[in-house]
Structures are given as C-alpha cells and as structure tokens.
Design a protein around this ligand. Sequence first.
Ligand code: KDO
Length: 331
Amino acid sequence: MKSIARPTLKQAVKAAALVFAVGATSFVNAAETKLRLSGPMSATDERAIAMTEVFAPAVADFAEFEGHWNSSLFKQGTDLEAIARGNLDMTITSAQELAEFIPAFSIFAAGYVHRDAEHQKRVFSADFMDPLKEEAEDLLGVKLLSVMYLGRRNVNLRTDQEVKTPEDLKGVKLRMPGSDAWQFLGKALGANPTPMAFAEVYTALQTGAVDGQDNPLPTTKDAKFHEVTKQIILTGHLVDLNYIAISKEVWDSFTPEQQAILQKASDDAAESARQKQLAQEASLAQFFRDQGLKVYEPDLKAFQEHVQAAYMDSDYSKQWPEGLLEQINAQ
Ligand code: KDO
C-alpha cells in the first residue's frame, strides 16, 4: 500500500471537506462551476476525446469542463490525492491507483480477471461493487461515476527475440506504470518490471533504457510507441479499465437534477470511448504489421496459468474480499 498512512489521508480528506463546507455557497450558482479534470492520457486518446466532445457539452448549462491531459496538472498516480485534498475536481483513474489506498481494487489490476469490455460494465454496476465505491468515497472523497474501457494490454518490445511463454520474458526490462500493483503484474508475466511514468516511455524505448512496455493497441498507437519498437506479443494479459471519477464534495454541491445529467454525461462519454477503443483494437494489428512490426500470439495458456498462479500465491489475493473473485467470474 502507498506510504501515505490512512489516518493521515483521512485527516486530509476531512480538512478538504471542511474547506469545501466553508466555500460551499459558491457552488449555489452552479453556472460558474468549473470541473477541472487531470489525467495522463493525451488529448487525442479516445477517453479524452469523449470527455471533451460528449461529456463537456452535456453539462455545459451548469458546469464548465476543463480537461488537462498528459499529466500537465498532476503527475501520473497523484490525481486521487489531489482530489482528496480538494485541489482537483475530476480524473480518469485506474484500479491500480485506487489499490494504493483500498487494497481490494487490486483484484481489477490482476491479470486475466476481466474477460472483455461488457464484462467490465456488468461488474462495475453489480451490487458487490457498492462497498468498494463507498470506501473510495469515505476514504478519498472520490465518487466513481462510470467505467471506461482502456483495452487489452499486450507486451510491446524494442528487441526482436521471439516470446512464446513467460520464460522468454526472463530478464526483459519491462516498463510498467509506477504503483506496486502494476509492478506485480510485470513480475507475474515473467519479466523484470521497472516503474516509469507514461510520459517518459517513448524516450526510454528510443534510447534503450527499457526493453519494452505494455499497453492496449490504441494506446500504443496514440503514443507512437510503434516508431521505437519491433514487436507486439498479443498476451492480452489485462483487460484494462479506468474510472471516470469526481470529487464527492463537488458532486454533492450539485442539485439532484444536475447530478442525473452529470451521471448520464459520464456514462455516455464512457460508452462512446468504449466503442471507439473496441473498433480501433479490431483493426490495429494490421496497422502495426504495415508499420513493419511483428504482431503475434504467444502460448496464451502458458501466460494465463503463470499470471493466475502468481496472483493466487501472492498477498494480493489475500486482500480480496472473500468470494469477490467468484462473484466477478459469475458476471
Ligand atoms: C500506462 O501508464 O501505461 C497507462 O496505460 C496506465 C493507465 O491506467 C492509464 O493511466 C494510461 O496509462 C494513461 O491514461 C495513458 O493512456
């Protein structure tokens, strides 16, 4: 878990709530409300496009949406704390980031748990998610509005040795995002993971500071990682998601009617981005081949067994609420 101890964070949240309570009257005139979102994705990422083109106009009557992309306001991995401290209104966060504070979220960061985009949607709206959502609200002051589909993460290497099984990734310096949950996934794949912010990955691949990275095909294309890599191994090790998240205090400042509009705008933006990500995923393997990369399927059973065994033997699975994995699988 993150080094920020829970009581400290709770105190910070309380302090933020207090500051908010004092300034709450300023939200009565909601037309003046600015919703500042910060996230690590680029402005051309489908999630950013959906927030700008679907979410923003839908709430424009009472709130002005302002998207800050490429981690230009807060460093990757710090957006949740920024909301908890009252410095930010919205983010597009990950299960891995939430797991830093609420260990149960690591179940959604575990390889080969979610099956596809529709499965993610069913899981997010299932009753068993309520306690997790409530914990995010109580501990961080963060309300999770909708689930966004990021896509199937695949291994993408600048080296050209063939990778068929986790054994073949031994010693491969694989960039993974910064949190423990991400690093564990890299290890579970058989690689030698190294933490790095998304914004630094292109240069690290170019210079050889890392041997590879993992991301869904649309992200790999959007960030132009294909320019500095030689192959994509379709491991599909994580059907990855993000959550559209809003400060609970900001949410509470809106009227029920405005909240309903916000919720619908968020769901519509998530759906729009999901469909575009899925369409891109379906066509991108050929795009990468045309760019001269090798794109191939490894021994998926070998990867699946290796990754699942790593999680079941780890402390992560011990932190998952009893029966949650079975409930997710049953969806
Ligand atoms: C990444 O850093 O590799 C990652 O894919 C992690 C995701 O959770 C998400 O934050 C994403 O980056 C960024 O939005 C950039 O696309």
